[in-house]
Design a protein around this ligand. Structure first.
Ligand code: AMP
Length: 357
């Protein structure tokens, strides 16, 4: 177990790293942030930082030597980066999870191997295999690149009339999978933590609304039945245990309602703190960020209990951030700004949380 005063190395310097560093500081952990981007949000709040490329092996080695454990705020950490770091210090979560979550095909196969439902899917490597996949899964369906997709990037809907070769071309002719369209009633996620000793703690299942493919609001708890909520948490536990995971993990799921009631379909796993867990900063006893720092430090996990009746988190995207003064003046609004200079459209600039007592 690391002790207060230890240093956590964080790969990536975005808002997730910033909030990890702030939460770590609260329990006496220092953070050393490693990012190739000079004015990244986390650099403002950490005790040390390295600005270097993720493939700069000398810089990675020096960084690892200066910390006690290494973690990351994004799943697209190159395999070689993790390998170099692991030669010096423990990397948590174990980088094996990166191979699983960087590739939608491998991710879905892993989830299904646990006996958990995903959307039906088929490989689509070229126009021929895509035609076979469409024949199998029908239209509408969703074509997604196997790698490097986020916030709706790297995916396109195959509706009637869409030319399959054009659809592949739109995605840069990258290796893809086709997913059957899931007629979901709502989207939910489970944010949970697994400690170094295997202890598992989940936050309330929360409900997510996306606008233009970007998370707009998260509400906790989700308006789903108690048994569906319990099943969602069990699924997250199976995923975390199946992967031998340490740290905070998020599992995004679709809730499908039909004549037989509610069922869950896993869409995506994030091996990190997650936007749908930001509400825990103001709305839970231990935030997802502190929980992650505790878990990777081998410290006891904190309570994941929610404060209040309901917690709503709204992202401030692009120009939404201009309302900061108005939000600061509102009773009960908890404002978080990420310190980004340019408020480009679609860019996550901050969030605001409101807890209903
Ligand atoms: P993803 O990048 O996989 O998280 O997908 C982004 C969004 O697209 C999801 O949050 C859903 O709203 C929608 N979506 C993705 N996959 C499917 C699917 N198989 N069926 C229906 N909607 C989907």
């Amino acid at each position: 177990m690391l002790k207060p005063g230890a240093t956590i190395g964080i790969l990536g310097g975005g808002q997730l790293a910033r909030m990890l560093a702030l939460a770590g500081a609260r329990i006496g952990l220092k953070s050393h942030v490693y990012s190739p981007v000079a004015d990244d949000p986390a650099f403002d709040v950490c005790s040390a930082h390295t600005k270097a490329d993720f493939l700069d092996e000398a810089a990675l080695a020096a960084f690892a030597e200066s910390v006690d454990v290494v973690t990351y705020e994004f799943e697209n950490v190159p395999a070689r980066t993790a390998e170099v770091l692991e030669a010096h210090r423990p990397v948590r979560p174990n980088p094996k999870i990166l191979a699983l979550t960087q590739d939608r095909l491998i991710e879905k196969q892993f989830v299904q191997s646990l006996g958990v439902a995903t959307a039906p899917f088929a490989e689509a490597l070229d126009a021929e295999s895509l035609a076979r996949a469409v024949a199998q899964l029908g239209r509408p369906s969703i074509l997604k690149t196997r790698r490097f997709g986020y916030d709706g990037k790297g995916q396109t809907k195959i509706v009637e009339g869409v030319d399959l070769a054009d659809a592949l071309k739109d995605l840069g002719n990258a290796p893809c999978i086709l997913e059957g369209f899931v007629p979901f009633a709502k989207e939910v996620s489970v944010v949970a933590a697994r400690g170094l000793d295997g202890e598992f703690r989940a936050y309330d299942v929360c409900e997510n609304v996306h606008e233009h493919h970007i998370l707009a609001t998260t509400t906790a708890p989700a308006a789903i039945s108690d048994s569906t909520a319990q099943t969602a948490i069990d699924i997250a536990r199976r995923i975390a245990e199946g992967a031998g995971y340490v740290g905070v993990i998020a599992a995004e799921m679709f809730v499908v309602r039909d004549g037989r009631g509610e069922r869950l379909v896993v869409n995506e796993i994030a091996p990190r703190v997650h936007n749908s867990g930001h509400w825990t900063l103001d709305g839970a006893v231990t935030s997802q960020f502190e929980q992650h720092m505790r878990a990777i430090a081998g410290m006891p996990l904190g309570s994941a209990r929610r404060h209040g009746k309901q917690v709503v988190m709204r992202n401030l995207i692009g120009a939404d951030v201009d309302k900061w003064a108005e939000i600061l003046a509102q009773d009960g609004a908890c404002l978080h700004l990420y310190g980004k200079k340019a408020a480009r459209p679609g860019r996550k600039m901050g969030h605001v949380t409101r807890v209903t007592p």
